[in-house]
Design a binder for this molecule. Sequence first.
Ligand code: ZN
Length: 131
Amino acid sequence: MSPELDAKLCADYPLIFDITAAVDPDAPALLSSFAAWGFECGDGWYDLIDALCWNLQQATKNGGPQVVASQVKEKFGGLRFHVSAPSEEQIRMIELAETMSARLCEIRGNRGKLIQTNWVRTRCSEHEGGD
Ligand SMILES: [Zn+2]
């Protein structure tokens, strides 16, 4: 993801994208994959991640836990959004976003589909040939 969009998500959802959060309380120096690598996916999923985070924080305001991202990446053409200790409601929000990601071009966010070349990616017809 571009540095600008990465920074915007971190600024809008500082409690979810807390890169200082320790993965293991017993090993505070051990940072998460998210802290090390940031958003490991394309700009096309920015709106999807933004909408997901907005809903996750609404759930927190309504009494749910505060989730903290440990890894956000593309795998097999879909979004993988790993967080600490989500509620059942938050798990369902994440599952919906992950399902939708396989229908949205990872480059621009318009309608896409899973395509297989050397590996599986989600792309619209315009970006089918490229990465
Ligand atoms: Zn595209």
